[in-house]
Design a protein around this ligand. Structure first.
Ligand code: HEM
Length: 204
């Protein structure tokens, strides 16, 4: 359970950093939000999350584009109808989460990384348009922990360091082979401690 939970959280952070490196204006906006509400005298912590909605939007948008569980296997407990098709009891059904979350008829311009699309969006499971943690009785019990872990991990990277791509060209966003949607090419980036954070970092 912990191995599965760790892999999915790490993969989300790697995709998020890749997307931020390709969209520096989003990175700057996230850094400004953290600077305003957390400052430079302490590290970001769990209780800050309610004051960091933009960071939350970045994580949601990352998991929309690259859900660590892109195909979810479920089994029908009894005969039912799905999209007009008769599904007998005991049939394995694969929910194509990636397909739904990247469907241009549901999400405008789905290939564009735009965290703002989640601003003010309440009840995001409404209509099953967005379900990176699955749904129903077998949905991910680690959702709360995962959201906090990713937010603190990603938030600390944004708060403490300046980030740059290693090349002029954008970070390659190809998906590799595997059930948890890994990147085809591991992310490599250049990071430097932010000058405003040197005092705090030197005391850790
Ligand atoms: C970004 C991080 C994570 C993502 C995206 C994620 C996503 C998912 C998804 C999509 C499922 C299947 C849901 C379904 O079939 O409807 C699942 C199941 C599960 N997850 Fe997570 N997960 C994450 C982190 C974690 C963590 C941190 C833990 C625990 C420490 C965890 C524990 C579990 C367990 C035990 C199940 C199986 C639930 C069952 O079959 O009843 N996950 N997760």
């Amino acid at each position: 359970m912990l191995a599965g939970g760790t892999g999915t959280s790490i993969s989300t952070m790697e995709w998020a950093m890749s997307l931020l490196l390709n969209n520096p204006s989003v990175l700057i906006k996230a850094q400004a939000e953290i600077d305003k509400y957390v400052g430079q005298d302490r590290l970001i912590q769990e209780s800050d999350m309610t004051n960091l909605p933009y960071l939350g939007c970045i994580i949601k948008e990352t998991m929309r584009m690259f859900p660590p569980g892109p195909l979810l296997p479920h089994e029908s407990a009894k005969d039912c109808k799905v999209g007009g098709y008769h599904i007998p009891s005991g049939t394995m059904l694969l929910v194509n989460v990636w397909g739904i979350q990247n469907d241009p008829t549901i999400w405008g311009d789905p290939e564009t990384f735009r965290p703002e699309r989640f601003e003010g969006l309440e009840g995001y499971r409404d209509g099953f348009k967005y379900m990176p943690f699955g749904f129903g009785r077998r949905s991910c019990p680690g959702e709360g922990m995962a959201n906090r872990t990713v937010a603190i991990g990603l938030g600390s990277l944004i708060q403490c360091f300046e980030w740059e791509r290693t090349t002029e060209s954008k970070v390659d966003l190809s998906e590799g082979v595997g059930i948890t949607m890994p990147k085809a090419i591991n992310l490599e980036a250049i990071c430097r401690p932010r000058s405003t954070m040197l005092k705090l970092l030197s005391h850790l």
